[in-house]
Ligand binder design. Structure first.
Ligand code: UDP
Ligand code: MG
Length: 321
């Protein structure tokens, strides 16, 4: 593979989606600024580098705080979405805004659960020629058992279902402007960035880090949102669930042939009045399977319905720069 080293001192944008993050913003903005300044001092990145907060329709003082930060120091910039559109869309809105000015963009969460000291390694890898660098969690010691179990199960399930995601990589990653320009061509409305980014290709790298606890505020990803993300992830990456239903249908058809043979034999042997149990069990089982199957297919039809509308994925109300 050809090595394409890049010239140092390019423009880095940090993109941070924020939904009701007033508790963490003061600390987060301070720590990110220190990081950015240290990178600038060492000549790693350009003085035009910026920290871009995306306000995803917060109901608290988040946007006011972003405005204050911007007034104090223009290194902080802000994008205000017209309303809450969810993490993935907020992130996309930020990435697409940053792409216009940056050579490379790193996306991260407002709570700094993802270790910001590995940003140096992200940037190094970019200069070594990577267009995309994935941040991968090496340990989840601080996550609760439940979070760890559901989150790791999520990656396994998606890969099993034919989606290609990087294990234990969330949305902490570096993307070059070139990669972002390619990503812009993926126009789907039901967005699952983790599944889209690996499809882009190019030279990629991985950086591992330990995930910390949220230092303030609480998770904006309750179980309901996690499940929605999982369903979105699977259904927007693969049609394996539908294929699975087809096989299940075939299997049940074969079973019913066997049952037919069995009942005929029983009939000729004269044992037919018993069998209420097996009857009732199969009615419930088949009924349940049919509902499940219709549900899965419905999920895809719903998705087609939403995609055909071609609605905008985010609407930017205001940009501070
Ligand atoms: N977030 C967002 N919009 C939402 C929900 C979350 O922009 O509707 C942001 C949130 O502010 C944070 C990031 O997404 O920066 C990840 O959320 P969180 O840390 O609560 O998730 P967890 O780490 O618990 O999975
Ligand atoms: Mg978090």
């Amino acid at each position: 593979m050809e090595e394409m080293r890049k010239e140092k001192g390019q423009v880095l944008y940090l993109v941070i989606p924020c939904y009701n993050e007033q508790e963490v913003l003061p600390e987060t903005s301070k720590r990110l600024l220190e990081k950015l300044e240290s990178l600038i001092e060492r000549g790693m990145i350009s003085r035009d580098s910026r920290i871009l907060f995306v306000n995803d329709g917060s109901k608290d003082r988040t946007w006011e705080m972003i405005k204050e930060l911007h007034r104090e120091n223009p290194v902080y910039q802000g994008v205000k979405l017209s309303r809450n559109r969810g993490h993935q869309n907020a992130l996309l809105g930020g990435l697409m805004t940053a792409k216009e000015y940056a050579d490379m963009v790193i996306s991260l969460d407002a709570d700094l659960q993802d270790d910001i000291d590995v940003i140096d390694q992200f940037v190094e890898k970019y200069y070594e020629g990577c267009e995309i660098v994935y941040g991968v969690r090496s340990a989840r010691d601080t996550d609760t058992f439940f979070k760890k179990f559901t989150a790791e199960g999520f990656y396994k399930l998606i890969n099993l279902m034919g989606g290609e995601v990087v294990f234990n990589h969330a949305d902490y990653r570096l993307m070059s402007r070139r990669a972002l320009e390619e990503m812009e061509n993926y126009q789907e409305v039901n967005l699952f960035l983790r599944g889209i980014v690996p499809m882009i290709g190019f030279q990629t790298g991985v950086v591992t880090y330990e995930r910390h606890e949220r230092f303030a505020g609480e998770s904006k990803y309750p179980l309901k949102k996690m499940l929605a993300l999982a369903v979105d992830g699977i259904t927007s990456l693969s049609i394996k669930p539908i294929r699975f239903i087809v096989f299940l249908g075939m299997f049940i058809f074969l079973c019913s042939i066997a049952m037919l043979a069995y009942s005929l034999i029983q009939h000729f042997l004269g044992n037919t009045s018993i069998g209420w149990t097996s009857l009732i069990v199969s009615i419930w089982a088949i009924g349940g399977l049919q509902l499940l199957a219709i549900g899965v297919i419905g999920e895809y039809i719903g998705k087609i319905y939403l995609e055909t509308k071609r609605r905008p994925r985010f609407i930017i109300e205001k940009v501070l720069r």
